[in-house]
Design a protein around this ligand. Structure first.
Ligand code: MN
Ligand code: MN
Length: 364
């Protein structure tokens, strides 16, 4: 290279700068980093989003990375998409109300997730000395955090005489309401633990638990190569629009070559470094590098792997807009197809194909 260059970015993208010889053609971009996303800052916290505007290949899910300071409130609001969340650091109190009038209050901390069905009103408040940071995923790639229904902005846009009639008070009661959305603001922290606690961190009149302790769940797969925890409606019945897998791949190992027959994949990288090649048919394939804070996308049914290219564990979330997590293992498919047929396609040694495991190994 002789011309101007951005060496820092090139170093983060070795497989873009110097693609494997197996890459070919014009696959869509499948990477966007939260480091490149606009930050919406308020007193009490900030948020940044990656929607189909930033990453057009991600049509089914949009993501938000949000930080709430101690006491910082993501104000009471709702939206027409479902909200799935993973707590990255710290702790928060969430509140919600379902359509039967049943309230839900819970404290969530690092490794927990929550799910608010579409249209269900809710809030989030950072707790403790440091507050919290979390990832939100919404069941539409075009969703924006700017298009929610906030209680403040709604009050600001209802005629005062209607507010007075609705709440059966004089209109002067509303003289101090905010003129527009607050979005995130500081408020006193709740000084009471979640009521009816008794060791539990939730109180609910709702039928379905809106939280799930993902890191406390037993891994669905675990070996020297890494582990995977899958959370879909089989374990977390309320989460009908988002299925998730939290995956850790140890150095030198690989999330095996596979694809998802039922949904696009939306990835959020939490720790470590990795790379992914996606084969998109018609002879096209492209390899991308990812690290903490990056988002990856894989359109439905396109085969891919994720290789740990660093010397620390690679941890990431796989999210899907579907009630059930599904993947197809290339290796298991070959092991369970008549071996002479497989050999005839690929000119492989028969011993290699005969030795393939019939069980699924998501990380190898
Ligand atoms: Mn929300
Ligand atoms: Mn996948």
């Amino acid at each position: 290279m002789l011309g101007p260059r951005n060496a820092e970015r090139e170093n983060q993208n070795p497989d873009i700068v110097n693609p494997p010889s197996t890459d070919r053609g014009g696959s869509p971009n499948l990477k966007y980093s939260f480091a490149d996303a606009h930050v919406k800052a308020r007193d009490g916290g900030w948020s940044r989003e990656i929607t189909a505007r930033e990453l057009p290949a991600a049509r089914t899910i949009a993501g938000v990375n949000m930080r709430l300071a101690a006491g910082g409130v993501r104000e009471l609001h709702w939206h027409k998409e479902a909200e799935w969340a993973f707590m990255l650091a710290g702790s928060a109190r969430i509140t919600a109300l379902d359509s039967e009038g049943r309230e839900f209050v819970a404290d969530v901390r690092n490794g927990d997730l929550w799910y608010f069905p579409e249209g269900i009103p809710h809030s989030i408040q950072g707790l403790g000395d440091e507050g919290c940071e979390f990832l939100l995923a919404f069941s539409d790639g075009h969703f924006s955090e700017d298009s929610t229904f906030p209680i403040t902005d709604m009050f600001a846009h209802m005629p005062r005489e209607v507010l007075a009639k609705n709440f059966r008070v004089d209109r002067s009661a509303f003289r101090n309401i905010p003129a527009a959305e607050r979005f995130i603001f500081r408020a006193p922290q709740p000084h009471e633990p979640v009521p009816d606690g008794g060791g539990e961190r939730r109180r609910s009149g709702a039928d379905l638990d809106m939280t799930f302790r993902m890191m406390e769940a037993k891994p669905d797969f675990e070996s020297d190569a890494g582990w995977a925890r899958i959370v879909d409606t089989k374990k977390f019945p309320i989460s009908v629009h988002i299925a998730a897998a939290l995956v850790e791949v140890n150095p030198g190992h690989l999330r095996e070559i596979h694809w998802h027959p039922n949904a696009d994949e939306w990835q959020y990288y939490i720790a470590g470094k990795g790379r992914m090649t996606v084969f998109s048919a018609e002879g096209r394939a492209r390899t991308f590098d990812y690290q903490a804070g990056d988002v990856g996308a894989v359109p439905i049914s396109m085969p891919h792997y994720i290789e740990n290219t660093g010397d620390t564990p690679l941890r990431f979330l796989e999210l899907f807009r579907t009630p059930i997590f599904e993947d197809i293992s290339l290796m298991q498919w070959m092991a369970k197809t008549p071996h002479e047929l497989v050999v005839a396609h690929l000119n492989l040694d028969r011993e290699l194909v005969d030795g393939l495991p019939v069980d699924k190994y998501p990380i190898i």
